[in-house]
Design a protein around this ligand. Structure first.
Ligand SMILES: Cc1ncc(C[n+]2csc(CCOP(=O)(O)OP(=O)(O)O)c2C)c(N)n1
Ligand code: SF4
Ligand SMILES: [Mg+2]
Length: 300
């Protein structure tokens, strides 16, 4: 990282997060009070303390305000098309099984247009960490209803309020086969950091939902205050219930938010299931790549 990008004030240590950011892309596009940057701070700190070889880390985002994260990270990062972060990440992982692949994107991107990819990557237990920021709407395109919009919340496409049932994402992820499932809000910075670190250490499909405000297009329209008001709401209305039955953690408009680590279990990953199956079926005729052998070895 070139020194001239930073104004280093005497006596003030440099911000440890800056070296992970493409400072030449600053200022970022996010609105004041938006929580996306807070989560990036948590992610970078988790990554920094994870001990992972950064040359073997790849971050993939789709399109949206959250989808901008990949482009701001000074890592091997990919800003892909809308809804296609997970298949892109799956391809990366299959081509290079030694990579630690992280998908970082929005609720609309990953569960509306990208919903099918989400459920199948979880079912296959593809080895990746998915960090999903849930602001309850499509932020970037003007605040339309998303599969995560709570009933009665107002959106640009629902001026009288939303009447569609929203997804309970931890339940969906667990049902489809994710091995690690947690939910926090962007108020819970220490929990988010710890959870990301745990998820990065996990083999298989790990999923972290971070409930996050969009003050500009959701909070303002719903008359629930600014970014700070949303943090106060998260603080006062979150209930930490580690191990909670994911069926019970659905979210209502301005209701209680159940947070915690809900699932932490083991299942064979896609790679290891494939390798074991073909070895049994084809014997010596099946020759896995060296990277695949190394990756499976690390898993066992
Ligand atoms: C194929 C395709 N369809 C639609 C869009 C328009 N589009 C861009 S971002 C977005 C929604 C983003 O919402 P979300 O993933 O929740 O991210 P947020 O902005 O809320 O962080 C949509 C519909 C697009 N870029 N490409
Ligand atoms: S529109 Fe909403 S989600 Fe997008 S940057 Fe602004 S506050 Fe954040
Ligand atoms: Mg969104």
């Amino acid at each position: 990282m070139s020194e001239e990008l930073f104004e280093v004030e005497e006596g003030i240590p440099p911000n440890p997060v800056e070296e992970f950011l493409r400072m030449d892309r600053m200022p970022h596009i996010w609105c004041p009070g938006c929580g996306i940057g807070t989560t990036v701070n948590c992610f970078v700190r988790a990554l920094d303390s994870s001990g992972l070889d950064l040359d073997k880390v790849a971050v993939v985002s789709g399109i949206g305000c959250t989808g901008r994260v990949a482009g701001y990270l000074r890592l091997d990062s990919f800003h892909t098309t809308h809804g296609r972060a997970i298949p892109f990440a799956t391809g990366l992982k299959l081509a290079n099984p030694e990579l630690k692949v992280i998908v970082y994107s929005g609720d609309g991107d990953l569960t509306a247009i990208g919903g099918n990819h989400f459920i199948h990557a979880a079912r296959r237990n593809v080895d990746m960490t998915v960090i999903l920021l849930n602001n309850g709407i499509y932020g970037m395109t003007g605040g339309q209803v998303a599969p995560t919009t709570p009933i009665s919340a107002i959106a640009s496409t629902a001026p009288y309020g939303n009447f569609e049932e929203n997804f309970n994402l931890p339940y969906m992820a667990e049902s489809c086969g994710a091995v690690y499932v947690a939910r926090w809000t962007s108020f819970h910075v220490r929990h988010v950091t710890k959870s990301i670190k745990e998820a990065l250490a996990k083999k298989g499909f790990s999923f972290i939902e971070i409930v996050n405000p969009c003050p500009t297009l959701y909070s303002r329209r719903n008359k629930i205050g600014d970014g700070l008001d949303q943090m106060i709401y998260y603080r006062d209305n979150s209930e930490i219930r580690n191990g909670a039955d994911t069926k019970t953690v659905g979210m209502d408009f301005q209701g209680k938010i159940v947070v915690g680590k809900f699932v932490d279990r083991e299942r064979p990953t896609y790679d290891s299931a494939m390798m074991k199956y073909y070895q049994k079926k084809l014997g010596e005729d099946f020759v896995p790549s060296e990277e695949m052998r190394n990756s499976i070895h690390a898993e066992n």
